[in-house]
Design a protein around this ligand. Sequence first.
Ligand code: DAK
Length: 260
Amino acid sequence: MQEQAVLVEIQGGIGRVTINRPKALNALNTATLRALRGAIDDLAANEELRCVVLTGAGDKSFVAGADIAEMASMRPQAARRFAALGHETFDALEALPVPVIAAVNGYCLGGGCELALACDMVFAHEKARFGQPEVDLGLIPGFGGTQRLARRVGAMRATELVLTGRHVLAAEAKAIGLCLDVFAVDDLLPRALDVATTIAAKGPVAVRLAKRVMRAGLDAPLVSGNALEREAFAALFDAEDAREGMAAFVEKRKPAFRNA
Ligand code: DAK
């Protein structure tokens, strides 16, 4: 039986998604992207979900890029379809109603770096290597890297990384904002899960709304972002959880959120 290209496990409201092609360093071929898209759609429909942690199988790689062997024989039409599948998949990941944490456990190159860029938070272990090395292959990033990298690390650093293709070690990735924190190899997943658990204990309606408004604001002028924030903030005063959260504070007890 063929191994599943993407593994999903849900426990305590936390979804663990693992890209599972360790023999190819979890490179993203069409089948893996389709499996990831399917997993994302299932997670999006899960009302009990609170947070997602995304990682790569094995001990070497998060995702070492789009599958170069598959791309090698593509002509423009197939390449356009492949890029569109990557865009749709990563857009769907970014639009998941709950926060997504990337646990970058090794190579995070090309399409892998673009996958991390579509996540809300990125943690890495000390042996992780990031980069957009597509120019080494005579290519450019095709899964959103030319757009999302600049939004995360600034236009000039993104330009340098895309044009040189150089690998960025974990410490520098943290310094330039490509990842949030760096942990020892064995600590990465537990620490990422700790953060997911912390988020999972907060008001679920508020967490989803905060993500939605912040994401939308990144692509909007400040006045529009603030308008969205006002509406979302006001809407929460109709939500049971906000009433419960504020009442619990006043009554000096822990809130019991019901996702309502
Ligand atoms: N694709 C396919 N197979 C890969 C792969 C990849 N990206 N990366 C690694 N592998 C495979 C290797 O071929 C090898 O397979 P076997 O030979 O064992 O069958 C296995 O994984 C182990 O790799 P290595 O033997 O090379 O392992 P090392 O530790 O020596 O080296 C490495 C690790 C990560 C430094 C090296 O594997 C490497 O340089 N990999 C390629 C990294 C890379 O260039 N990534 C960017 C890929 S390009 C577009 C759409 C998308 C994109 C662009 C355009 N359009 C449609 C327009 C995106 C492009 C990319 O992501």
